[in-house]
Design a protein around this ligand. Structure first.
Ligand code: PGA
Length: 258
């Protein structure tokens, strides 16, 4: 492992999507705080907006991060149903997810919108997890790298310059919620490509220090092997992050693999 890889603190993030209510969220946080966690892995929770105050309060004083699952590109305005970066900060967030494939699919978000959201996150001092990844058809058609390059290049056009400000999550759409996890070799191949392209497209972005997460059916029994890959710096976990014991097991698996 290179010195830059060693310097990258792994991050395991829980994307709760549209699940849980406040009592369940608080119980999850209590279980997480009560458990023994490896100090060399960072953790962050991304609940629905309505749960943010409860989760931020439950995790206050801990080193576990809290973030929104999306934000609007504008700082305020007539955007019914949307949430701004300032509002996320006000609710206790230090993080935000940008460009998740479910947002791209359900809300028609294109690369330009995603780039604007990344810029909004930076304006509000939110660290962003930029999600990208190919569909099954794109992989079958041999377009994986072209899709990743297109999504990355659009984001980098406005992305903040420091590797401390953002994280990239490679989430192959065919692996999300399907149980069809990418193999460690597939994840490593995509991550190595992304790191190489970040270095080429944005030399100031400190590609060697940028954290690259894998997301898509990560579970307690595949986390360690995935984390052994030199360019896998942690995980964005959906389904398995709803259960505190499973999420903890993934954090431990990540630590064991590094
Ligand atoms: P999954 O979701 O772990 O349920 O596959 C990952 C994600 O969408 O972030």
């Amino acid at each position: 492992m290179t010195a830059a890889a060693r310097a990258r603190t792994p991050l395991v993030a829980a994307n709760w999507k549209m699940h849980l209510v406040a009592a369940e969220a608080t119980a999850f946080c209590r279980a997480l705080l009560a458990a023994e966690r490896p100090t060399r892995v960072e953790a962050a929770i991304f609940p629905s907006y309505t749960l943010l105050p409860a989760v931020a309060a439950a995790l206050a004083g801990s080193e576990i991060g809290v973030g929104g699952q999306d934000l609007h590109p504008d700082d305020s305005g007539a955007h019914t149903g949307d949430v701004s970066g300032a509002q996320l900060r006000d609710a206790g967030c230090g993080w935000v997810i940008v460009g998740h494939s479910e947002r791209r699919r359900d809300h028609g978000e294109d690369d330009v919108t995603v780039a604007k959201k990344l810029a909004a996150a930076a304006r509000h001092g939110l660290r962003a997890i930029l999600c990208l990844g190919e569909t099954r058809e794109e992989r079958r058609g041999g377009a994986t790298f072209a899709v990743l390059e297109r999504q990355l290049a659009a984001a980098l056009a406005t992305a903040p310059g420091s590797a401390a400000d953002w994280v990239v999550a490679y989430e192959p759409v065919w692996a999300i919620g399907t149980g069809d996890t990418a193999t460690p070799a597939q994840a490593q191949e995509a991550h190595a490509f992304l790191r190489e392209r970040v270095a080429a497209l944005a030399p100031g972005a400190l590609a060697g220090e940028l954290r690259l997460l894998y997301g898509g059916s990560v579970k307690p029994d595949n986390a360690e092997e995935l984390a052994r890959q030199p360019d896998v710096d942690g995980f964005l976990v959906g389904g398995a992050s709803l259960d505190a014991a499973k999420f903890l097991a993934i954090i431990h698996g990540c630590a064991a693999g590094r």
